[in-house]
Design a binder for this molecule. Structure first.
Ligand code: ADP
Ligand code: MN
Ligand code: MN
Ligand code: MN
Length: 339
């Protein structure tokens, strides 16, 4: 007997990477081998030197095929054994290792928008739907579009054993969110990439495309973000560490460094409208959804917990975002003796 392994990897498409996958048939009991692909078809290699290497790094049950079939997330390597320049996971690993003692946790809120016939699901063929207001966490056919796909996706994530923590309908018609975490910096990003693949794969059956575009509908419509909730052990135990983390993100050079890694088109989304802060001015505040970083109300009451960086775009590579947050906040906490 044999089983099917769906090898999934992140490609080199600019400005935002896409997921690619292909199937390998393996004998029952066989381990997941390294594999290769044509990098000239994924913006990862020139045609005259096209071979790239897939190294399995995380696998889980395949809820689409069922049985003993598996999904296999891979890192991309060059044939000389070095990580491909598009391999941001390899860049994260040493940083995660360096600060593992602080036990950083992440919860990422992945917003996305369903599209059909070239427009957001729920948008009429001509003109626009009623203005935003009733859609967020809405119920009823006049407010909610695509719930069947969303429910199937949630079940699939659970069947795959992913650390998914919730779902909700978002502010614009056809827009939704799922949350992954809390989990460590590598795990949360691995699970998020697989959850994205499952979303695309399941929506495919409905002739619907899910997009992570940060500004899927121009005009007075909500953008799509990936709010990133973050804590370390010290932050989960006391408020001084919460403030240290918030302050560290506003240190000289840090705003630009983070914004550069928080997804393509972030200037279009972080306008200061629609519950965002302007991209070039850093701020933090309790309960403030107009700040770059929000300290949840309950965290201020409890004097411990986590912070929410509201800046990352829906189209982030989560390996970059968790690396930046660990690098900036954990270094500052260490320096402050709060590690
Ligand atoms: P919002 O109120 O901003 O919509 P959500 O409920 O959508 O927030 O998402 C909050 C996320 O924060 C969840 O993924 C949750 O697992 C995560 N989270 C909760 N506690 C922590 C923590 N201590 N550290 C990091 N993430 C956390
Ligand atoms: Mn949320
Ligand atoms: Mn949201
Ligand atoms: Mn949020």
């Amino acid at each position: 007997m044999s089983y099917k392994a769906e090898y999934i990897w992140i490609d080199g498409t600019e400005p935002s990477a896409r997921l690619r996958s292909k199937t390998k048939i393996l004998a029952d009991g066989a381990e997941l081998p390294e594999w290769g692909f044509d990098g000239s078809s994924t913006n990862q290699a020139p045609g005259d030197n096209s071979d790239c290497v897939l190294k399995p790094v995380f696998s889980c049950p395949d809820p689409v095929r069922g049985g003993n079939h598996v999904l296999v997330l891979c890192e991309v390597y060059l044939v000389d054994g070095t990580p491909h320049p598009t391999n941001n996971r390899a860049r994260l690993l040493p940083v995660a290792e360096r600060y593992a003692g602080q036990e950083p946790w992440f919860g990422i809120e992945q917003e996305y928008t369903f599209f059909q016939d070239g427009r957001p699901l729920g948008f009429p063929a001509v003109g626009y739907p009623a203005p935003q207001g009733p859609y967020y966490c809405g119920v009823g056919a006049d407010e909610v579009f695509g719930r069947e796909i969303v429910e199937k996706h949630l079940d699939a994530c659970l069947e795959a054993g992913l650390n998914i923590s919730g779902i909700n309908a978002e502010v614009m018609p056809g827009q939704w969110e799922f949350q992954v975490g809390p989990a460590g910096p590598v795990e949360v990003a691995d699970h998020l990439w697989i959850a994205r693949w499952l979303l695309y794969r399941i929506a495919e059956e409905y002739d619907v495309a899910a997009t992570l575009d940060a500004k899927p509908a121009k005009g007075d419509w909500n953008g799509a973000g990936a709010h990133t909730n973050f804590s370390t052990r010290a932050m989960r135990e006391g408020y001084d560490a919460i403030i240290t983390a918030c302050e560290s993100l506003g240190a000289p050079g840090k705003v630009e460094e983070h914004i550069a890694g928080y997804g393509h088109g972030i200037e279009e989304r972080l306008t200061g409208h629609h519950e965002t802060a302007p991209h070039d001015v850093y701020s933090y505040g309790v309960s403030n959804r107009g700040a770059s970083v929000r300290i949840p109300w309950q965290v201020e009451v409890d004097k411990k917990g986590y912070i929410e960086d509201r800046r990352p775009n829906a189209n982030i590579d989560p390996y970059n975002v968790t690396r930046l947050l660990v690098n900036t906040c954990c270094a500052a906490l260490e320096n402050a003796g709060q590690a």
